[in-house]
Design a protein around this ligand. Sequence first.
Ligand SMILES: [Zn+2]
Length: 152
Amino acid sequence: MSNSNPLLPPIPFAMAEVEIAEKLRLAGLRPTRQRCALGGLLFAQGDRHVTAEALHEEAVHAGQRMSLATVYNTLHQFQQVGLIRELAIDGQRAYFDTNTSNHNHFYVEPDGHLIDISGHEIKVDGLPLPPAGMRISHIDIVVRLVRDTSKA
Ligand SMILES: [Zn+2]
C-alpha cells in the first residue's frame, strides 16, 4: 500500500477495487469487470438499499456500459451467494439490501426510500406455528411511512 501515513484515510477507490474483488472471490464469484464495477457501487459506501434501475443509472453515470438486464443478473448472482438480500416491498420494484443481517425497514412511500430498523427494535408477538416440517427463517416487516401533514 502506498498510503504510508497511518493517520490518513485509505485511498477510497484503489482500496475499494481490491477489496471488492476479494469479497467476490470469497463469496465464490469470479471478479469480472462488470461484477467489480457493480460491487464497487454497492459495497464501497456502507449499507445501501438500491433498485436495479437506480444501480443501472449509477453505473451508466460512472461510465460503465451495461444493460439493465446485466445489472439484474449480477444482483441476483450477488443475492444467490449471500452478498445482498432482495426485499419485496411493493411488488413492482425489487430492492436489494447490502446489509444481510436480520433487520426490518421503514418504507418512505412518497419517495420509495428505505430506512433500516435494527433487528431488536420490533417485537413480534403471537406468531402462528409453522406447518409441520417447517421452521421460520426470518420475518420481514415493512413499516410504511407517509408525510405527517397534521403538524404542517
Ligand atoms: Zn436494510
